[in-house]
Design a protein around this ligand. Structure first.
Ligand code: GTP
Ligand code: MG
Length: 323
C-alpha cells in the first residue's frame, strides 16, 4: 500500500478523537496550504517551471523552511522526471509522499519519551517566555494521570510573579502533587522537590523553568546547575529535556531551537499553538534544520489539546481536503 492510501486509512483505523484534534488543530495551515495548492493545480494543469516556482513560495509561506523547501523541490522534480508526471493532478500524491519522507528519513530520531524503568522519570521543560511551558506541563500531567501514574509538578520558575501559583493551579486541576517556593534559587526548589518526589514514590516529575534567554551564559549556568541537582537524585535524569516552541513564531522558533541546542542537551521539542497558525510546516523545518524530534504538539489551550506527535496523523491533518 502506498503512503497516500495508508494516510487515507488513518482515519478508519485510529480513534476518532485522536484524529479530530489534528484535524481541527491544523485547520489554518490546511486551509491556506491545501486550498492554494489546489488552486495552483487548476491554474496550471500541467507541471511547468512556473508551477514549481509558485509551489516554492507556497511552501515557504507555510514555513517549512527555505532549505527544506529547496531540497523538497529538488526531490520532487527528480521524481516528476523519473515517473513522467505531466499533470498537476497526479503530482499531489507525490507531494504528500515526499513531505512525509522529509520527516522519516535521515537520522533515526525517536519521538517516544524515554522512561526511567527503576525510579521516577524526570522531564525538564525549557523555552523562552510565553511559549507554553507551564500549559504543556499541565496537559502532560493530565495525560499521565489518566494513564494511572503518580505525577508531581515542580515549580522551577521561581522569579516571575504568579508563575508558581499558575503551576499550582494545574497541579490541583490534574490532581497531581506539587512542590514550589517563591523567591529562592530554582536549583534549590528542584532539590527539595525531588526529595519529596522520592519519598512519595512519584512516577513522573515535571519540572517547570523560567523562560529567559536574554543572557545565554546565565541560562546555560542555571540549566547546568539544575541538571546537576537532578542527576544527583536520579542517575541518568532528566530522562528528557523538552524545548517548548511556539509554532506561531515561525522561523524565530527554529533560531530558538538552535540556540538552546547549543547550551544544553535538548532531547525533544514540543511545538505549541499549532492551532493558531498557518505555519504548520514548521514541524518539518525543525526536524530538517535542527535534527531534534518533535515529541508533542499543542493544538489548543485545553487539557486534552496535547498529542504525541504522529507524522501520519499530522500529514492527514494537513492534506485531509486533498486526499
Ligand atoms: N492556542 C493555544 N494556546 C496555547 C497552547 N499552549 C499554550 N497556550 C497559551 O499560551 C499562553 C502562554 O502559556 P504559558 O504556559 O503560560 O507559557 P510559559 O512558557 O509557561 O510562559 P512563561 O512562564 O511566562 O515563560 C497561555 O495563554 C496558554 O493558554 C496551544 O497549544 N494552543
Ligand atoms: Mg510558565
Amino acid at each position: 500500500m502506498g503512503l497516500f492510501d495508508k494516510i487515507k486509512n488513518v482515519f478508519k483505523t485510529k480513534e476518532k478523537e485522536e484524529i479530530e484534534v489534528y484535524d481541527k488543530g491544523l485547520e489554518k495551515t490546511r486551509k491556506e496550504f491545501v486550498s492554494e495548492l489546489n488552486i495552483l493545480g487548476i491554474k496550471y494543469k500541467k507541471v511547468t517551471d512556473e508551477y514549481f516556482d509558485e509551489l516554492e513560495s507556497l511552501l515557504i509561506k507555510a514555513d517549512i523552511g527555505v532549505k527544506t523547501a529547496f531540497d523538497f523541490l529538488d526531490r520532487l522534480k527528480k521524481r516528476v522526471k523519473k515517473e513522467n508526471i505531466t499533470d498537476t493532478e497526479n503530482l499531489k500524491e507525490v507531494i504528500v509522499d515526499e513531505l512525509f519522507l522529509i520527516y522519516v528519513t535521515g537520522e533515526n530520531l525517536s519521538d517516544k519519551i524515554n522512561m526511567n524503568p527503576t525510579g521516577p522519570t524526570v522531564l525538564l521543560f525549557v523555552g523562552v517566555n510565553g511559549v507554553g511551558k507551564t500549559t504543556t506541563i499541565g496537559k502532560l500531567a493530565y495525560k499521565y494521570k489518566n494513564e494511572g501514574k503518580k505525577v508531581m509538578l515542580i515549580a522551577g520558575d521561581t522569579f516571575r510573579a504568579g508563575a508558581v501559583e499558575q503551576l499550582k493551579i494545574w497541579a490541583d486541576k490534574t490532581d497531581s502533587l506539587f512542590f514550589g517556593k517563591e523567591n529562592i534559587d530554582p536549583a534549590g526548589v528542584i532539590y527539595e522537590g525531588l526529595e519529596n518526589a522520592m519519598k512519595e514514590n512519584v512516577d513522573i516529575v515535571l519540572v517547570d523553568t523560567a523562560g529567559r534567554l536574554q543572557n545565554k551564559v546565565n541560562l546555560m549556568n542555571e540549566l547546568e546547575k539544575i541538571n546537576k541537582v537532578i542527576g544527583k537524585f536520579i542517575p541518568n535524569a532528566p530522562q528528557e529535556t523538552l524545548l517548548i516552541i511556539d509554532a506561531t513564531t515561525g522561523q524565530n522558533g527554529i533560531l530558538q531551537a538552535e540556540s538552546f541546542k547549543s547550551i544544553t542537551n535538548i532531547t525533544g521539542i514540543v511545538l505549541t499553538k499549532l492551532d493558531g497558525t498557518a505555519k504548520g510546516g514548521i514541524v518539518l523545518a525543525i526536524k530538517e534544520s535542527v535534527g531534534i524530534p518533535v515529541k508533542f504538539i499543542g493544538l489548543g489551550e485545553g487539557m486534552e489539546d496535547l498529542k504525541s506527535f504522529d507524522i501520519e496523523e499530522y500529514i492527514y491533518g494537513l492534506f485531509k481536503d486533498m486526499i
